[in-house]
Design a protein around this ligand. Structure first.
Ligand code: BDR
Ligand code: CA
Length: 313
């Protein structure tokens, strides 16, 4: 079955891996890339997205989106994870393509109106574009099929603070708006993404399977591996962002649990995603919150095979 998706992204090394994975798989039809600040400033995210499309030979719209959190000052960026260029400092030549003139949020709304009920928005960066799209078109939840995000940490610790994951922490107010909308929301957070470490051998295999796209990910990820391998006995990295796409292709790779989800916006707990599973609270603050499907288990072996096989196609 083919899935029409919009990928909302802040490339980013694991974003690049996820984008190529989506481009490669015959069941995924990427209508466009919408970009957002996060790992890098939004201008760089947009330029990087154009470069990735060019490398993959994909002629699809790339839009620039929000560059600031919903509330508060400009964010800091994750250059220490993704490099000064977002691609692990490999000095990859930037492509010259043009941006679509629409904002990311406007593109999301336009596509949702064009294909009512057909599109899954896959958001793998902070959620400002989605929050803005909800403001532009309050009927958006009725127009899209579902929203799948990489973000949050439901039953595990965070990666920016003890309670918060980077994408949600980066724009907690926007995330609260997205979690508060009445749509099917599927969350792939650190519960599953940190449970699936990838070795340097995986990267070598990815390059062998696809010299151009796998080779790019392999080269860019060397910096990323160094970051993730600090204070560990083995070299590893984590491809967080590809998981919501893998779920669309093969839902049987994951176990999901459904609960009422909330995002904290107070300074200390900023970006905490808390899930009330059924019969765990009588608090109306929770029971009135929207439902979220949270991935809590993943089959690492079959997921790894899916990535490698798809890069080979
Ligand atoms: C998320 O934050 C970014 O660094 C990654 O691209 C991913 O989307 C992981 O916490
Ligand atoms: Ca990302």
């Amino acid at each position: 079955m083919s899935h029409k998706i919009i990928l909302d992204t802040d490339p980013g090394i694991d974003d690049a891996m996820a984008i190529f994975f989506a481009f490669q798989h015959p069941d995924i039809d990427v209508l466009g890339l919408t970009t957002v600040y996060g790992n890098v400033p939004v201008e760089m995210a947009a330029k990087n997205a154009i470069t990735l499309c060019d490398l993959a030979g994909k002629n699809i719209p790339v839009c620039k989106g929000v560059g600031m959190p919903w509330v508060g000052p400009e964010s800091s960026y994750a250059h220490f994870v993704h490099g000064d260029d977002g691609f692990g400092n490999i000095n990859f030549p930037a492509a010259k393509g043009e941006l679509d003139p629409r904002s990311s949020a406007q593109f999301i709304v336009d596509m949702a109106r064009k294909y009512p009920g057909e599109i899954t928005i896959v958001a793998i960066g902070p959620l400002g574009n989605l929050a803005l799209a909800l403001r532009l078109e309050p009927e958006l939840p009725k127009l899209v099929k579902a929203v799948s995000i990489m973000g949050g940490a439901a039953f595990v610790r965070g990666n920016v603070t003890p309670v918060a994951e980077a994408n949600i922490w980066n724009d907690a107010h926007a995330a609260e708006i997205v979690f508060g909308a009445s749509w099917e929301l599927n969350m792939f957070g650190l519960d599953v993404t940190n449970a699936c470490p990838f070795s340097p051998e995986f990267l070598t295999q990815l390059k062998e399977n696809n010299q151009k796209l796998g080779g790019f990910v392999h080269d860019a990820a060397q910096f990323y591996v160094k970051f993730y391998s600090q204070n560990r006995d083995e070299d590893v990295c984590f491809f967080h962002d590809a998981m919501p796409i893998a779920h669309l292709i093969d839902p049987s790779l994951f176990e999901l649990q459904t609960g009422h989800g909330r995002v904290s916006t107070d300074p200390l707990n900023r970006g905490q995603t808390s899930i009330a599973l059924p019969n765990t609270t009588a608090s109306p603050d929770w029971l009135n919150a929207e439902l979220v499907n949270v991935a809590t288990k993943v089959d690492n072996e079959r997921l790894t095979k899916l990535y490698l096989d798809t890069y080979k196609l």
